[in-house]
Design a binder for this molecule. Structure first.
Ligand SMILES: [Zn+2]
Length: 293
């Protein structure tokens, strides 16, 4: 009976008669031809090699993968947020993501949001993604029997939320948390208004823009967050997420129906720093959107 020469080689190599330990090419051939499943016979991993390579290549120096940070364009753009870090999974697979185009609402008598705001100390931070204003404690809102403390607010351009398809010049997001860490977000849409009526509270923020990124600049004086709100307090409400990684869901959104106005000069100041920092619209996925009558 004729022996398969490859099998014979295999036996030899097992017996240590052939010094094949480092001969990955031989092992590769054996494995390929015999489709052996014994891991000891599988070719060693060749750094940088393609599958099916028959030549052992010299080991390439290991290069650490380039760290990608999230952004609004380029390698870190919104369609890649979920891939950048495991904790960003919701950005890709969540079904209650924000922002959304607000439409097909259910009009009801929504309770008034109680804004328990007062003039407070504040610090302005350029965090590399937006201008954020950190508020001193003592401001809160109450809605649906729950109380949330105002932590900070920040800006997006153009607006992230849309109303029946309409996108606004900008939007302001006021971030609130309850003692358990639940987030309630108030969005104030911003449109272009007359040049002779600058928005006073936003102007205070711009006046205190820090010269360097990454370090909060404590402002002198106090800012009254009530001045950031429109006079009419009707709103849309729905469940959504943070609009930046990690896109955490279970965020209670309240979007004020009436926009506030900034002058062209005020909008231009933000546009110069952040011309585009809005996440694209996410699927509504049939979620309920209620609207004040
Ligand atoms: Zn935001």
């Amino acid at each position: 009976m004729r022996r398969n020469p490859l099998l014979f080689l295999l036996v030899l190599s097992f017996a240590g008669l052939v010094h094949a330990e480092d001969d990955t090419a031989l092992q590769q051939r054996l494995a390929d031809k015999l489709k052996l499943s014994d891991p000891a016979l599988k070719p060693r991993k060749v750094t940088g090699g393609e599958a099916g390579t028959h030549k052992a290549k010299p080991k390439a120096p290991k290069v650490a993968p380039k760290a990608v940070t999230w952004a609004y364009a380029g390698d870190g753009s919104p369609q890649h947020w979920a891939e950048i870090a495991p904790e960003n999974r919701a950005c890709g697979v969540g079904t209650r993501q924000s922002p959304i185009d607000i439409r097909d609402t259910i009009k009801v008598d929504l309770e008034k949001i109680n804004f328990d705001y007062r003039p407070s100390g504040f610090a302005v931070l350029d965090n590399g993604k937006t201008i954020q204003v950190n508020m001193a404690s003592g401001n809160s809102l109450q809605v649906m029997g729950r109380s949330f403390d105002l932590q900070s607010f920040h800006f997006h351009r153009p607006s992230e939320e849309r109303v029946a398809g309409r996108q606004y010049e900008m939007v302001m997001h006021l971030v609130h948390k309850d003692p358990d860490g639940h987030v309630a977000m108030v969005a104030v849409l911003i449109e272009r208004g007359p040049d002779n009526k600058p928005q006073a509270a936003v102007q205070q923020v711009w006046n205190n823009l820090p010269l360097e990124r990454g370090a909060p600049q404590q402002a002198s004086g106090q800012l009254d967050p009530l001045q950031l709100l429109p006079t009419e307090r009707g709103y849309f409400t729905f469940m959504g997420s943070l609009t930046t990684p990690p896109c955490t869901e279970d965020v209670l959104w309240m979007v004020m129906k009436q926009p506030v106005q900034l002058t062209s000069a005020q909008i231009a100041i933000f546009a110069r720093l952040y011309p585009m920092n809005a996440r694209p619209i996410q699927a509504g996925s049939g979620r309920m959107i209620k609207e004040s009558n």
